[in-house]
Design a protein. Structure first.
Length: 257
């Protein structure tokens, strides 16, 4: 707890305790206890609001996440779990699974588990707008000096259930640990430049144009009259196109640094 947080709690304890003083010693004690709980509750509400703002737009955090990167880890875990097919876990159980993963990879601390579960529950309320690219960047930046990004990526990947979830988890893992390669050998059809149907070394504007063209062609929501099987295959193709665009974009950004 920061010094500012302690001061806020002490303020409410003094405020309520002062009011209770008029009722004697019992009133003072009740006022101090009540002030402590009111101050703690307000601090938690402020922290939750700050965490929700972070999930919407990952950046500098102004809330207690216990360990740098814990909030991003929880949000990415929730994102991966939300892509599971079939969806076998309810939100509470999925939050507990992600929190358990956090405990296994972050430095052991008594409050990590409780903080992680709280952050996971909050992340589920924003699951539809979670941005895996920004969250991966945020997590990588926060844990850069800790040297544990490979193990964090592996733990996130272990949460994936179903093809879409595994593809998303693989992208996140390779972002956090660029040296990681999946066990199976890659063929030409897995090359991101081939997937986007452009020559290697194309400009960013050409890459963006190719992605938009293919996304319009392969996004399931842009097609009507498809069977469930056809829609699933089209969705898989779209994910490959999107992941290829992400990989190439990351390469282009890295070259410019």
């Amino acid at each position: 707890m920061s010094g500012r947080s302690r001061m806020q709690i002490l303020f409410f304890m003094a405020l309520f305790g002062g009011g209770g003083w008029f009722l004697g010693i019992p009133g003072l004690i009740i006022g101090l206890v009540l002030g402590y709980f009111v101050g703690s509750l307000l601090l938690q509400l402020q922290s939750d609001k700050a965490a929700l703002r972070y999930f919407e737009n990952p950046g500098p955090s102004s809330f207690d996440e216990g360990e740098p990167g814990l909030a991003a880890f929880c949000a990415l875990g929730v994102y991966i779990m939300s892509k599971a097919s079939p969806r076998t876990l309810e939100n509470e159980a999925a939050a507990a699974r992600v929190a358990g993963g956090a405990v296994s990879v972050f430095p052991r601390d008594k409050k990590i588990g409780a903080l992680a579960e709280s952050l996971c529950r909050l992340a589920f309320t924003r699951v539809s707008i979670l941005n895996p690219d920004l969250l991966s960047e945020s997590l990588a930046a926060r844990r850069h000096n800790a040297g544990d990004l490979p193990s964090i990526g592996a733990e996130l990947a272990s949460m994936a259930m179903g093809r879409e979830a595994r593809q998303e988890a693989l992208y996140i893992r390779q972002f956090l640990d660029p040296a990681y390669q999946p066990p199976q050998s890659k063929g030409p059809e897995d090359d991101p430049w081939t997937v986007l149907e452009i020559s290697k070394g194309a400009s960013y504007s050409e890459v963006k144009s190719a992605f938009r063209r293919l996304a319009l062609m392969f996004h399931p929501d842009n097609q009507t009259g498809l069977s469930d099987e056809e829609r699933e295959k089209l969705g898989e193709s779209f994910i490959r196109i999107r992941n290829a665009y992400r990989i190439i974009t990351r390469e282009i950004i890295a070259r410019k640094r």
